[in-house]
Write a protein that binds this ligand. Structure first.
Ligand SMILES: Cc1ncc(COP(=O)(O)O)c(C=O)c1O
Length: 410
């Protein structure tokens, strides 16, 4: 994929690996700018998933090969995700999706909360990192405080979180990057401050996943959750949790199920084919870079991804600045954000913008994308939300230019 003479991504080679990128609609090649809502998968993910089903797979704990295959798929999935997050395989659990995992964790964590304890959530977050905490807090009589981001700059200042540290703070829940406006959050600083205040930290890395290599040890967060369909894999959620914490938490589970982490969080039978797909997605990302270990290759691969996405993002920002009617909401430059842009177009609702672009084969989202608080704070919740254009590494400069032309022609 890369070499000393061709540093960076070979975008045509990357795109050739994604069958879905060849789709056409209304006579146009499709530009998938809906990555924040879910990314496409490379052929090796499809092959890994169908391979599991073709070869035959059974459930865990049997005496025969197909059961051993299921166990191996789980072990390989944990090892792959451990490399992606920078942790141990024993700290990785799988679940249906981020939302289900977060409801389960909120129920388990909140069992030790006392009335008048405090938890902190943020207005930048997707509702899946908001409502599970609010509901658990209501059940326990706990106070919820909302750390607000600055709607003018899109930034969530760690000080806005720290200002809320008063009383017995049990938890800070925040995203690593906003799925609405692309802000990157300084989660390492927030985690340090939260720990000083005696609180645990739960991070939603769903939106950051396709853009940045995570490092849970460097961040020092207690729990972190991601969703593989946002980083070129299938629809499966993944949780990192510090082992001591997972061991002490009481998760609802059926009696015969394992009582030790990480399996104890995995209610019912997992999707072994999806978990094989998660492994293949991590291997795909590692294949974009070079290095000794898979973690090294992931680090290098994400380096290339970052360079390419920054180029796409800069071109989009610059192009939009020449379109009088279009406004990007949130962080104005690529420093401090990923290439996910929530935009408004004067005089045209977000739904109309998205539907007009869809007619040209350009897939973008419109509305609030479940980031209700963010949309409210930006002042667009009642007026149909914003149009969201998201670039990931398989998008091209030509697709950015196509977007700009389509916006200019509205
Ligand atoms: C930032 C963020 N968090 C959480 C979720 C929910 O993830 P899942 O669909 O895996 O439940 C999404 C989905 O859009 C998201 O973008």
């Amino acid at each position: 994929m890369t070499g000393p003479h061709h540093p960076g991504l070979d975008i045509e080679a990357v795109r050739a690996m994604f069958p879905a990128l060849h789709r056409r609609e209304h006579g146009h090649p499709v530009a998938y700018l809906d990555g924040p809502g879910g990314t496409q998968v490379p052929q090796q993910v499809i092959a890994a998933m169908s391979g599991v089903l073709e070869h035959g797979v059974s459930n865990l704990g049997g005496w025969f090969g197909a059961s051993h295959d299921a166990e191996e798929a789980m072990a390989r999935g944990r090892a792959a995700m451990a490399d992606l997050f920078g942790c141990d395989a024993g700290e990785i659990s799988f679940g249906q999706n981020m939302t289900s995992i977060t409801f389960a964790v909120s129920r388990a964590l909140s069992r030790s909360w006392q009335p008048d304890d405090v938890i902190i959530v943020t207005s930048l977050d997707h509702d899946a990192n908001f409502t599970p905490w609010v509901r658990a807090a209501q059940d326990r009589g706990v106070n919820v405080r909302i750390a607000e981001f600055d709607p003018a700059t899109g930034v969530l200042d760690p000080e806005a979180v720290a200002r809320l540290f008063d009383g017995q703070v049990r938890l800070v829940a925040t995203c690593v990057a906003s799925n609405a406006i692309g802000t990157q959050v300084d989660v390492a600083t927030i985690t340090r401050m939260a720990h000083e205040a005696g609180a645990l930290v739960y991070l939603d890395a769903v939106h950051a996943g396709p853009h940045r290599l995570l490092d849970v040890r460097a961040i020092d967060c207690d729990l972190l959750v991601a969703s593989s369909y946002k980083f070129f894999g299938p629809h499966t959620g993944i949780l990192f949790g510090k082992l001591d914490l997972l061991a002490e938490l009481d998760f609802y589970k059926v009696r015969p199920a394992p009582s030790d982490p990480p399996d104890k969080l995995e209610t019912g039978t997992q999707s072994f084919e999806s978990i094989a797909g998660v492994t293949a997605a991590v291997d795909y990302l590692a294949g974009l870079g070079e290095g000794e270990t898979r973690r090294d290759r992931l680090d290098a691969g994400f380096g290339h991804i970052g360079v390419h996405e920054e180029a796409l993002g800069n071109r989009f920002i610059e192009g939009v600045s020449g379109l009088g009617r279009v406004t990007i909401h949130g962080v104005p430059a690529m420093g401090g954000r990923v290439a996910t842009f929530a935009i408004s177009v004067d005089g045209i609702t977000a739904d109309v913008v998205a539907s007009r672009l869809a007619a040209q084969g350009i897939y973008i989202w419109s509305g609030h994308y479940y980031a209700l608080n963010a949309m409210e704070r930006l002042g667009f919740l009642e007026t149909g939300g914003l149009a969201r254009i998201g670039y990931v590494h398989y998008n091209t400069v030509a697709e950015v230019d196509r977007t700009l032309e389509a916006l200019a022609a509205l």
